[in-house]
Ligand binder design. Structure first.
Ligand SMILES: NC(=O)c1ccc[n+]([C@@H]2O[C@H](COP(=O)([O-])OP(=O)(O)OC[C@H]3O[C@@H](n4cnc5c(N)ncnc54)[C@H](O)[C@@H]3O)[C@@H](O)[C@H]2O)c1
Ligand SMILES: [Zn+2]
Length: 366
């Protein structure tokens, strides 16, 4: 088993990474000295495969679990589902010492984490991420929340889990498209902070696409280490944490204008990363060969790397980018790469320059 620790003073916690960890859930929770009553929050897809194992493991360790199953998909990340969860937690008489287990992908993690942060002004929670994206990204770092009609993740909190258990076996049932989308975040870690990881991904991509256990374990652990390091230095995104958004300004805008659903998040940020690499080449000196390596690796992972937009949609994309949370005073803030493994954040770039650079990048249908 690999263990990565997130250092946040008395809120520090461990991320444990190994196959077969779901069976150990009860034993691992027992070490945390929590109350007996707990609730597993999961979704329909994950619940039917893994809820029983999680439930039995907790019960065998002496806990009294209850199970809350929400619909699969992004729409479950809503205040309406939060309300349903609160009612069920009250029905099951969860107390201050009780805890919540988030069993699922990023949707379940963000939702259950937000419920845990707010129910009884906060109960403990444990993340058991079951998608590649959730294992390397969303389960680590304590950002929890739900969506509003007006936009994604507009209501939320910083609320750290007490433990993260990444059971690599659960990735075996993940649909291939979801798995590849997770690889976009994995590749991002190489670009933002680890040239060696990036080179390894170039070398070992076939193994990773086959979900070869040893490679997967090492790569997931390395990504968690990088995220843990960043979060340990900047928990609430005052500065450094912004580097995790490489490719996201453009990616998010693309998600918005496409209507959520056309692209998975990882697919949109794959395109966003290639565009950000192009912008980096023009503004922060990213060598051309690095731009090509980034594009080639994402493409080899079967991810989309460009998008054809007609002028009207291109206009919409830039408008969406200007509405992003990272904009201040009309200047769009970007994370730009200087070379693979090194980025700078908070780069204020006038919107006109961004449009000019990206017009060359995003192929256009007239
Ligand atoms: N909190 C953060 O820091 C953070 C970071 C990145 C993304 N996110 C959020 O994460 C969410 C996306 O997460 P996601 O990509 O994991 O999506 P998801 O949770 O919707 O999971 C994707 C799909 O895979 C299914 N699934 C999950 N695990 C499975 C398994 N092991 N086997 C079979 N099917 C499985 C789910 O039911 C769902 O249909 C978004 O809401 C995004 O905003 C949060
Ligand atoms: Zn992301």
């Amino acid at each position: 088993m690999r263990t990565v620790s997130v250092q946040l003073g008395n809120r520090s916690y461990a991320i444990k990474i190994a196959p077969g960890l779901l069976d150990q859930l009860g034993r691992e929770c027992a070490r945390l000295k929590l109350g007996a009553r707990c609730a597993i929050i999961t979704d329909t897809n994950v619940g039917k495969r893994y809820a029983k194992t999680a439930f039995n493991s907790l019960a065998t360790a002496g806990f009294s679990p209850s199970l809350i199953v929400v619909p699969a998909g992004e729409t479950a990340k809503s205040l309406k589902t939060v309300q349903t969860c609160y009612d069920l937690l009250a029905e099951h008489r969860l107390e201050r010492k009780s805890f919540i287990v988030a069993l699922g992908g990023g949707v379940v993690g963000d939702l259950a984490g937000f419920v845990a942060a707010t129910y009884l002004r906060g109960v403990a929670f444990v993340q058991v991420p079951t998608t590649l994206l959730a294992q390397v990204d969303s389960s680590v770092g304590g950002k929890v929340g739900v969506n509003l009609k007006a936009g994604k993740n507009l209501v939320g909190a910083f609320y750290q889990p007490r433990l993260v258990l990444c059971d690599l076996d659960t990735l075996n049932t993940l649909p291939v498209r979801e798995y590849r989308a997770g690889l976009a975040e994995v590749i991002k870690y190489g670009i933002i902070s680890d040239a060696k990881l990036f080179a390894r991904l170039e070398r070992d991509l076939p193994k990773l696409l086959r979900r070869e256990p040893k490679t997967l374990a090492e790569v997931v652990a390395r990504c968690c280490e990088i995220k843990a390091e960043v979060v340990g230095q900047d928990e609430t995104e005052g500065g450094l944490r912004a580097i995790l958004n490489f490719g996201h300004t453009i990616g998010h805008a693309l998600e918005v204008i496409s209507g959520y659903g056309k692209y998975l998040h990882g697919e949109a940020i794959s395109i966003g990363q290639v565009a950000a690499a192009g912008l980096s080449q023009k503004i922060s000196g990213l060598p051309t060969r690095d731009v090509l390596r980034i594009e080639n690796l994402l493409q080899a992972a079967c991810l989309p790397v460009d998008v054809r937009l007609n002028p009207a949609r291109r206009k919409k994309l830039f408008a969406a980018m200007r509405l992003d949370k990272k904009v201040s005073g009309g200047e769009i803030k970007f994370v730009l790469a200087k070379r693979i493994g090194q980025v700078e954040f908070g780069c204020q770039i006038p919107a006109a320059l961004v449009e000019q650079a990206l017009n060359l990048q995003l192929s256009t249908i007239n």
